[in-house]
Ligand binder design. Structure first.
Ligand code: GTR
Length: 342
């Protein structure tokens, strides 16, 4: 049944990672800005006093970058269990700078033996059409973009790369082979772009990322390219507008984004009541990207049912019950997937 659905979608065939990621950047997200010429980190220790009862201090770190000869800084946070080595870790791209946060049960993450870094996406650049502030303001004269210049998702992904630059400075405290980037919704889209662009991320987790994220766009229910370009054109490059009401004309679909992360691991999370994102379309992307992975997607051969968990392959999928939200249940499943594939 799944094979027939996939066949009828007439998806573009998988290409080399370089070709696919070039198309995605040119037509959808814009080209991710380059590495900063210079970067340094300023660390404020114990930002939240007695955090986690002293088990895991929370530090606030400022990344100080020079890019295109101009200075740009943004804050992020680390919570790292004391006295441990070789810790698996998350880089969580979040909606808020709060620690803990309703999308980030920090103490439980720590208790599971992980370290966690996070930043608030709007501390990098605003979530709107203003291209004169934050990182956007450093990149563009007068806030004007060409057709392939980065949208906001590409800029938030760039910031996640800078957090990884910091993680690399911590020596044997972290297990660099178990680095996970994760995010919810628009930031789930961002997590996938982050990992597609940078092989230092060994795992990517997209939670309810839907349209222009994990979901196959062709014949998708809920949000369409038109809806997202009407409300959030600034998340993408200008070229993406060409595909409004022209989804079958796209020389790519979202399975390219997942395939770009191979041979590393990807987990896609859906929520049963999130029809705007479309759980079936998120599942179909995993099926369509499967061949790019050494151990492809292992599933039940039918469209997913609530509480299905398919963790065997290098690309995994789960369908949680409930609404559009990054819940503890999602985190617990993500932790399980990472442990299984570590
Ligand atoms: C919605 C948007 C989705 C999703 C979500 C979010 O309004 O249409 O694509 O990204 O926002 O980020 O919360």
């Amino acid at each position: 049944m799944i094979e027939k659905i996939i066949k009828d979608l007439n998806l573009p065939e998988l290409l080399s990672k370089e070709k696919m990621f070039d198309i995605l950047q040119r037509e959808e997200y814009g080209f991710i800005p380059g590495k900063p010429e210079k970067i340094s980190f300023e660390v404020e220790e114990d930002t939240i006093r007695r955090f986690c009862a002293g088990k895991a201090p929370c530090n606030k770190i400022t990344a100080k970058c020079t890019l295109n000869g101009r200075d740009f800084s943004f804050p992020f946070y680390s919570v790292i269990p004391n006295g441990k080595k070789n810790l698996p870790f998350f880089i969580h791209i979040n909606f808020r700078p709060d620690i803990p946060d309703r999308y980030m049960p920090t103490e439980e993450i720590i208790d599971n033996g992980f370290a966690v870094f996070s930043f608030c996406y709007e501390d990098v650049t605003s979530d709107d059409g203003d291209f004169t502030n934050g990182l956007a303001g450093i990149l563009f004269e007068n806030g004007e973009r060409t057709d392939t210049d980065p949208g906001k998702i590409a800029m938030w992904a760039w910031a996640a790369h800078r957090v990884m630059d910091y993680a690399e400075t911590l020596g044997d405290i972290l297990d660099m082979k178990t680095s996970v980037v994760c995010g919810h919704s628009r930031l789930g889209k961002t997590a996938l772009v982050t990992a597609a662009a940078d092989e230092r991320f060994r795992f990517a987790y997209s939670n309810d990322s839907g349209c222009s994220g994990a979901s196959i766009t062709r014949d998708k229910r809920g949000e369409r390219v038109k809806d997202i370009c009407d409300r959030f054109p600034f998340w993408f490059c200008e070229n993406y507008k060409k595909y409004v009401d022209n989804e079958h004309g796209m020389p790519f679909d979202q399975h390219y984004l997942l395939a770009c992360i191979a041979p590393r691991k990807v987990l896609i999370g859906s929520a049963s009541e999130d029809m705007w994102a479309d759980p079936n379309a998120e599942f179909l992307s995993c099926v369509a990207a499967s061949d790019a992975f050494e151990n492809g997607f292992v599933h039940g051969g039918e469209l997913p049912k609530t509480n299905d968990v398919f963790f065997e392959g290098d690309i995994g999928y789960h369908l949680r019950e409930g609404l559009h939200y990054f819940s503890r249940e999602d985190w617990n499943r993500l932790i399980k997937f990472v442990r299984l594939h570590r």
